[in-house]
Design a protein around this ligand. Sequence first.
Ligand SMILES: [Zn+2]
Length: 174
Amino acid sequence: MLSGDLLTEREAGSCPVEGGSVEWVEMTAEESLQKNPLVPDSGRYWCYRCKAHNGFDHIIKRTRRARSNDTYEKMSCVRCQASMFNPARTKPVMYGFLGITLVALLFALALWRDYEDYVAGCLGFAAFFGLIGFMKLYYMNLWWSWARLQKAKSPEQLEEEGRQYIVSFEKARK
Ligand SMILES: [Zn+2]
């Protein structure tokens, strides 16, 4: 739909250079599609509150504890300030944490009878990694269900919704 509009514009003679203008049309069409915040792309940061690939502010904070130089990184959604995440990067980390949780639980089970002293430690370990793992799983679930929903829509519908979204977004920022 969009590329059609652009083609009409080009045919109207807005650009005198024939070869260059064709390239421009293709690039613009591709760019608008890539920029649509409502098309799921697991490689891009996603806001779970807005349910969109919004722009974000990259914030790095330093923790204020003594002896610690830990930095805390946040991708803050420009629309709602929620912390955004990158599904493609979060997924392996989530599996890692859940895997460690499982191993720790198996250890606790194996040590249950003969090495009671270690069981509490294993369970604590499992609880810690499990908590983070399941938190990530929760966010990944939000992403998966949204991505499924979006992929069921036609490209035209996504294009239209994406355009409306950008318009309402621009209004909200003013
Ligand atoms: Zn947001």
